[in-house]
Design a protein around this ligand. Structure first.
Ligand code: FAD
Ligand code: SIN
Length: 521
């Protein structure tokens, strides 16, 4: 069965939803999403969304903070574009129904996070993403032109390759015609043809053993575009959040927002000594790459499994008021943040690189846009400034929507795309092998491609991953498609790209730190 649609969107986080609301004014929208419609990284965002709202803040200050965090390789034109549109886009988000906390005087209660020189983070308590996802979904549900297909898993995007033509990274005009999508209710693979396709499939935290990301974050978008020979960049810059709750039985890891440090929380070793002054004059509020590396170093030299975040000196009522969910969560494992130290460790958190796009969110493949965490716009450079990702998503959904609206009526469906051929495939002989392979990928990435890297570790990772790649490709060809199999394949692709791009970068910069090329060498 073939479905035809003007605008196909893969992913229902902030990027996909905000784009949907815009393009739906002009044509029919089909949004597919692989789990429940609200399951996304967006839903778990805590700290908030960075935007310039009042003086003494200014666009220039936010721009400079972003450039500094990005360690010299942000695209300054893009930084200027995104930040100078922040106020307008955040106001639009508010007009769609998102609510942010205000002070008693009625102004937005702006928080501060690492690397920010001013208070500029709009937030909804400590669950801002939940509020944004709620508001956007409510607006989308009211729109007659938007259909959401939940529990629909995008397997691959369609290009000339599916018409039997050879496509490689030098093919001048790769076209995207839609996607093969596994309907998880019927277990049938459907062909969705579209005039324009938006990839908004989010991050890939599960390429590492410990991550703050929900289980949907398996790099599907990047992997699909990579297989379709689209351009991927900046994948060596995987951001580790410095402070996830140390609770080894729990996966994914629970985040302790950077806003807690912005509120006055201080990092300490487990004997109660402050240590960040050894690493950066901004101490616990230095940019994330610096703080995560400092924690990693302290844990390694001391042989400790975690460090502490100390909030005991902060006003108890205010702390609970600002961070009610973090308070409750910690309490549930016996940690009262008003009286006890919070044990924390770094965890994989955000994919700074991704599908290379231009100012309008256009990828290197025609008709294919990419926005949100799966994209690489140039905003983050070598290290994302906290709370800039929700902002990036809403600015790019605006730009991409304008371009897609302008073009879609001139485009045609590619009717000659064949339906999925499942001949010769069977159920996997041993499902457990998929789980073992997944753990192997995660442990390769954690052990050799983590916060501190070296040539020898990257080579070791590359060699070991190759074995898994070959095994899994062979399995993929003869096995009935399932989300677990596809996610494993995608994570192997993503791990490969991270390792390859890390090996190509012969320097330490931002999140990519290698002992072979120390900073300044
Ligand atoms: P997501 O919100 O992750 O949405 C991706 C969507 O794609 C999901 O619906 C998913 O199910 C779907 N999908 C994926 N693969 C497929 C497939 N194969 N087929 C169909 N559907 C698919 N950023 C900030 O700016 N401020 C914060 O305070 C903040 N806090 C964070 C806290 C946590 C714990 C985490 C994990 C992230 C945080 N971030 C924060 C980062 C930010 O939340 C994300 O970068 C952003 O929400 C990504 O939005 P997105 O729409 O690109 O992707
Ligand atoms: C946090 O609340 O610390 C997360 C902010 C972000 O990832 O931007």
């Amino acid at each position: 069965m073939k479905r035809k649609i003007d605008f196909l969107i893969i992913g229902s986080g902030v990027a996909g939803l905000s784009y949907a609301l815009k393009v739906a004014e002009h044509g029919e929208v089909c949004m597919i999403t692989k789990a429940n419609e609200d399951e996304s990284n967006t839903k778990y965002a805590q700290g908030g969304i960075a935007a310039v709202m009042y003086s003494p803040d200014s666009y220039e200050k936010h721009i400079q903070d972003t450039l500094i965090a990005g360690d010299g390789i942000c695209d300054e034109e893009i930084v200027r574009m995104v930040i100078s549109e922040s106020t307008e886009r955040v106001n639009e988000l508010i007009s769609w129904g998102a609510k942010f906390d205000k002070t008693e005087s009625g102004e937005y209660d702006l928080a501060k996070e690492g690397g920010h020189s001013e208070h500029r983070i709009l937030h909804h308590k400590d669950n801002t993403g939940y509020e944004i996802e709620r508001a956007l979904l409510a607006a989308v549900h009211k729109h007659p032109n938007i259909e959401i297909l939940d529990h629909h898993f995008a397997i691959d995007i369609l290009t000339q390759h599916h018409l039997g033509e050879e496509v490689n990274s030098r093919t001048p005009n790769i076209e995207c015609y839609g996607a093969y999508v596994l309907n998880l209710r019927s277990n049938k693979i459907e062909t969705i043809l579209a005039k324009t396709i938006l990839m908004a499939a989010g991050g890939a935290g599960h390429v590492y053993s410990t991550t703050t990301n929900p289980t949907i974050a398996t790099g599907d978008g990047v992997a699909m575009v990579y297989r379709a020979k689209g351009r991927i960049e900046g994948m060596e810059f995987y951001q580790f959040h410095p402070t996830s709750l140390f609770n080894p039985e729990e996966s994914p890891s629970y985040l302790i927002s950077e806003a807690v440090r912005g509120f006055g929380g201080i990092l300490k070793t487990i004997d109660g000594e402050e240590f960040m002054q050894k690493y950066d004059e901004r101490r616990s509020l230095a940019p994330r790459d610096i703080v995560a590396r400092a924690i990693d170093n302290e844990m390694k030299i001391r042989g400790d499994d975690y460090v502490y975040l100390d909030c005991r000196h902060l006003n108890k009522e205010e702390l609970i008021k600002h961070f009610p969910n973090i308070y409750e969560k910690c309490l549930s494992i016996g940690v009262d943040i008003t009286k006890d130290y919070i044990p924390v460790v770094p965890a994989a958190h955000y994919m700074c690189g991704g599908i290379k796009v231009d100012k309008k969110g256009r990828s290197s493949i025609n008709q294919l846009y990419a926005i949100g965490e799966c994209s690489s716009t140039g905003l983050h450079g070598a290290n994302r400034l906290a709370s800039n990702s929700l902002l990036e998503a809403i600015v790019y959904s605006h730009h991409a929507a304008i371009d897609a609206i302008e073009k879609f009526n001139t485009l045609k469906f590619c009717d000659s795309i064949p339906d999925w051929d499942a001949e010769g495939t069977a159920h996997p002989e041993e499902m457990v092998l998929l789980i073992q392979s997944l753990r192997e990928v995660q442990s390769i990435m954690t052990n050799y491609v983590g916060i501190v890297r070296s040539d020898i570790r990257l080579l070791r990772a590359f060699d070991r991953l190759e074995i898994l790649y070959k095994e899994n490709e062979a399995l993929y060809l003869k096995t009935i498609i399932s989300p677990k199999l596809c996610e494993l394949r995608n994570l192997i692709n993503v791990a490969y790209i991270i390792i390859k791009q890390a090996r190509n970068r012969k320097e330490s910069r931002g999140l990519h730190f290698t002992v072979n090329y120390p900073k300044g060498s």
